[in-house]
Design a binder for this molecule. Structure first.
Ligand code: ADP
Length: 265
């Protein structure tokens, strides 16, 4: 299970080259991707700039009103997803791009309101379209994989009522890794791995013991926290290895599989 983020600096050509080589060698892979930086850029251009909120416990997330959700879908399910599918098709891989809504691949509870800290006060903001993945459609993915298609997946997910909800891609990938009993979950982004003193890249944490992932949450700021949480969920769910790897390099998937980055095991 490979999750590639949406931050600036990620080399999608390098990711797709490597995935295509591994796939054509016979490795079974599923790709989940993000699109945050591009969504922010397009949202600004459309005159609906992104709004990020911080919960009282310190987690940052995108406040997703209906208009934001539609821009999010344009970029994640459109530009980003089809860009990756095209890259893989050009390299001879029969990739199929789907969102979590399609076939309810990712399903979870719709959270309509969010508690956010604004100017030191906790406020309740309504009209949010977010949630957390609680259920995945493993059968649909087996159907694709067994017939030679490489699934390329992206948020949003479907709520239990069928409403589109924005979900964290790292945790969605973790849920799927558990369901598919993936050999490894790779979380690739624009950093070498989990850094002890972010942004000092020489402070890379090379190994995190699987039974103690939560105690490393203290090193992660903002969105990195979701990755650490996702890693904890995947190893608790039975995934043997989770690796935080660098998607700015050539052969990022092979390098992460070989243990380059932060290995949770
Ligand atoms: P993506 O969209 O690529 O999945 P995120 O933006 O969600 O990536 O998370 C990666 C980001 O987390 C990095 O670009 C970095 O800015 C931030 N970060 C915060 N704390 C850390 C840390 N301790 N180590 C590495 N990255 C961190």
């Amino acid at each position: 299970m490979v999750k590639v983020g949406g931050s600036l600096g990620i080399d999608y050509d390098a990711v797709c080259n490597d995935i295509a080589d591994l796939w054509l060698e016979g490795k079974k892979l599923v790709l989940v991707h993000g699109g945050s930086a591009e969504t922010n850029r397009i949202a600004e251009l459309l005159g609906h700039p992104p709004k990020f909120v911080t919960s009282p416990s310190g987690y940052t997330s995108r406040f997703t009103d209906r208009e934001t959700l539609e821009i999010f879908e344009m970029v994640y399910c459109g530009k980003q997803n089809k860009g990756i599918v095209e890259r893989l098709q050009r390299r001879g891989v029969n990739a199929v791009g789907l969102s979590g809504l399609d076939g309810r691949i990712f399903e979870g509870k719709h959270k309509d309101s969010v508690r956010a800290v604004e100017n030191g006060k906790v406020k309740v903001l309504r009209g949010d379209h977010t949630g957390t993945v609680e259920k995945v459609n493993g059968a649909l993915l087996h159907l694709l994989l067994e017939n030679g298609y490489l699934p390329v997946l992206t948020p949003p997910a479907s709520s239990f009522e069928g409403v589109a909800i924005n979900v964290d891609g790292d945790r969605a990938a973790a849920a799927l890794a558990t369901e598919l009993k993936a050999e490894a979950l790779l979380l690739l982004s624009n950093v070498p791995g989990l850094l002890k003193n972010f942004p000092d890249e020489s402070s890379l944490i090379k190994h995190i013991p699987a039974n103690d992932v939560e105690s490393y949450l203290e090193f992660a700021q903002d969105r990195m926290k979701k990755k650490v949480l996702g890693a904890a969920e995947a190893v608790q769910g039975g995934c043997q290895r989770v690796i935080f790897g660098d998607a700015r390099l050539e052969k990022p998937v092979s390098k992460a599989l070989a243990g380059m980055g932060t290995v949770v095991s």
